[in-house]
Design a protein around this ligand. Structure first.
Ligand code: ZN
Length: 267
């Protein structure tokens, strides 16, 4: 069974189309949404329609989904661009879509699988914290009872694994660096369109799949993952898409210009 795990689509239809085409090509069976389907980019309604039409076996709520679903416009902690985008996004969504977003759980163990899904963190999913290092990963692992946990939220792919006690030597939790492209050579960075991890029995994995619609790891390509449960491999894909069109739509919608310019920088 192949599961596609998509996070932080953020209303970017151009990126989502390319991602879903790849999923069709590699014959994904089922889909998992890690939240923030809306916000920032110009096609929240279209992205919601596409996501909801998939064979979704699990979907959790992101902070932008929560704010888009809420009637509160104060949005403490949001920067002005994000706030403007949320208010605009609300105006684009019919009540039924906002009700669907409101109904999503914060975290979910997906029935019949070894997968837990959460937008931000398992230890405190509704405070929207970030996981960037092994210390934050350790907090999350304490609440992770399945071998696999997929997260999003930071828009920066990271990966950690926790070895079983029996194999404990110097460090139980380590970062899986190849998932992240740390210090890549310039050419290699832009060439490789996927990276795979072979899952070891007894290990736990915490994987941030990156963002489909607004990557912030300085690689502007759409990022997502596919888990193949038959061969126990998780692959993260990086796909180029039509950034120019996504940018033009942002400008035409009257959304902040910075939301367009950041797409090509991947920031
Ligand atoms: Zn997000």
């Amino acid at each position: 069974m192949k599961y596609a795990i998509l996070s932080d689509v953020h209303g970017n239809l151009e990126a989502l189309k390319v991602v879903l085409a790849k999923c069709m090509e590699v014959q994904v069976d089922e889909y998992i949404s890690l939240g923030d389907i809306v916000g920032y980019n110009a096609n929240p309604k279209e992205c919601l329609d596409r996501m909801r039409s998939l064979k979704l076996v699990g979907a959790v709520k992101g902070n932008h989904d929560e704010y888009a679903a809420s009637n509160d416009n104060t949005m403490e902690g949001f920067n002005p661009h994000a706030r403007t985008a949320v208010i605009w996004t609300k105006s684009q969504l019919p009540p039924e879509d906002r009700a669907w977003l409101a109904s999503l759980p914060m975290r979910l163990t997906i029935k019949g699988t070894l997968i837990t899904a959460v937008h931000a963190t398992l230890d405190s999913p509704d405070t929207w914290g970030y996981i960037f290092d092994v210390h934050h990963a350790a907090d999350n692992f304490a609440y992770q009872f399945t071998p696999l946990c997929f997260i999003g939220h930071s828009h920066v792919p990271v990966a950690f694994c926790k070895k079983p006690i029996a194999l404990y030597s110097e460090r139980m939790i380590t970062e899986i660096e190849e998932w992240v492209d740390k210090n890549p050579s310039p050419g290699a960075f832009l060439k490789a369109d996927s990276v795979s991890i072979d899952l070891e029995p007894g290990f736990k994995y915490l994987l941030n799949v990156g963002s489909v619609g607004q990557p912030r790891n300085k690689d502007p390509r759409a990022s997502f993952a596919i888990y193949d449960s038959d061969v126990k491999v998780v692959t993260r894909y990086r796909l180029p898409y039509d950034i120019r069109t996504a940018q033009e739509k942002i400008i035409a919608s009257g959304l902040p210009e910075r939301l367009a310019s950041r797409l090509e920088r991947g920031t």
